[in-house]
Design a protein around this ligand. Structure first.
Ligand SMILES: [Zn+2]
Length: 427
């Protein structure tokens, strides 16, 4: 798919740093059947199938023969094959398996593809092979939301970040965040006893220090799935009084105030340990409700912590231009288009034209945001194609800058900026 152009050729040579993935453990991929249909079911495109009317019962069961599985699936596929989520899976399969060669997945190539997929999942080095060797991804930051305090990824390429949601959303014993995680899990892991407000803050500090020492390159917040992104400044004494009253005694406003304080504290501690903070903004998976996700809501938090470095996700979509302005003017804000190329390549094409004109090229980042290696490779193919087309157009059609600058911008987006931000490498 990658367009033949000098920038396209240069992009193919780049060793990529991918800012964001959720690649699920191999054991999970090894359970049950594994073919293109299961890949769809385990990827974002499942939401498109649901939106097209497909119910859980419509997915072909594991008891069906391959031919029947495809026959059951095909009428649904025909409704969804237009979406970028679907197209990206096709690209990923083509990249990893050489199938389908040029055309669509159909009754003829579904079975040989399934055979290749099953051979692949038997490989213990699947992640390094697929992402590292085939995708030329040097490092992918992994957000393990199913095991937020586990840094083991089973891969050289995948490097876990520390997910901090539970520290904010579940400060009291017995509480869990939306992934069923609790700071008590972290405390157990670190042999730490929580005994009140000060020790709770100490646990957060100890955790950030511990995971930094273990090689974690960033902390990650997906709090936009739980609450609005405005974090007010709350005094320590007020926060302590709220904490000491316990979960039962607090109003919604008071709970928010305590969360606000905890988020500011986490950002402070992350900055002290030189760990960038990745924050979900904009569109949320499986939801049409974007209230409270506008990146501009983070302005107080960002201004209050000039030393903290913020990696704001998903281009802020649909608040992309708001994020343009923030990344343009705020030295501690990076603009990360992760996930967005597979939501809508056209949005990224349109926005990247704006971003490349308005934002320093040292602040643009890309990530896949996928749960399977096929999907991550497809997301990478889509992103490379968009970046190449937009930058090449800036050279040829717009006579905006030289090919040399376009190639350097591509390298910034796909590698250098993340290498500097997360790995501390000077470019
Ligand atoms: Zn994600």
């Amino acid at each position: 798919m990658l367009q033949a152009s000098p920038v396209g050729e240069a992009i193919e040579q780049i060793s990529v740093i991918d800012t964001h993935e959720h690649i699920r453990p191999l054991e999970e991929v090894r359970q049950g059947p594994w073919d293109f249909i299961e890949l769809c079911k385990a990827s974002y495109v499942a939401a498109d199938f649901a939106a097209a009317g497909m119910t859980e019962a419509d997915w072909p069961g594991p008891e069906l023969e391959a031919k029947e599985r495809w026959a059951t699936f095909e009428p649904w596929m025909l409704r969804v094959e237009n979406t970028a989520y679907y197209r990206s899976l096709l690209l990923g399969c083509r990249k990893l398996y050489g199938l389908p060669e040029e055309d669509e997945i159909n009754a003829d190539n579904f079975i040989p593809l399934a055979e290749k997929m099953q051979q692949a999942r038997a490989r213990d080095d699947l992640f390094d092979y697929a992402l590292g060797q085939v995708g030329k991804i040097r490092c992918a930051l992994q957000d393990p939301h199913w095991a937020p305090f586990d840094t083991e990824t089973g891969s050289e390429v995948l490097t876990s970040v520390l997910r901090i949601n539970s520290f904010v959303m579940a400060p009291f014993e017995g509480q869990v965040d939306h992934n069923d995680a609790s700071p008590c899990d972290c405390a157990r892991k670190l042999n730490f006893e929580i005994s009140g407000f000060d020790s709770y803050l100490e646990l957060i500090g100890t955790a950030i220090e511990h995971y930094k020492a273990a090689g974690v390159p960033a902390i990650k917040s997906s709090l936009a799935y739980d609450r609005a992104l405005d974090f007010a400044s709350v005094g320590e004494d007020d926060a302590r009084r709220l904490y000491e009253r316990g979960a039962e005694g607090l109003s919604d406003t008071e709970i928010k105030a305590l969360q606000d304080y905890l988020m500011h504290t986490i950002v402070d501690m992350a900055a002290a340990h030189d760990l960038p903070i990745q924050i979900h903004t904009g569109i949320r998976a499986g939801s049409g409700d974007i209230r409270g996700t506008n990146p501009t809501l983070l302005t107080d938090l960002i201004l209050a912590h000039p030393k903290a470095r913020f990696d704001l996700f998903h281009g802020g979509y649909p608040y992309c231009s708001e994020l343009t302005v923030m990344a343009k003017a705020l030295p501690n804000v990076w603009l990360d288009m992760c996930w967005l190329p597979i939501i809508s390549p056209s949005v990224v094409r349109r926005m990247l034209q704006e971003w490349i004109e308005a934002v320093p090229m040292s602040k643009l980042l890309w990530g896949g945001d996928c749960s399977r290696v096929e999907a991550a490779l497809g997301a990478l193919e889509m992103a490379k194609d968009i970046v190449a087309r937009v930058l090449m157009a800036k050279v040829k059609e717009a006579a905006y800058f030289t090919e040399e600058i376009a190639v350097r911008a591509a390298k910034c987006i796909m590698h250098d900026n993340a290498a500097e931000l997360f790995l501390g490498e000077e470019s």
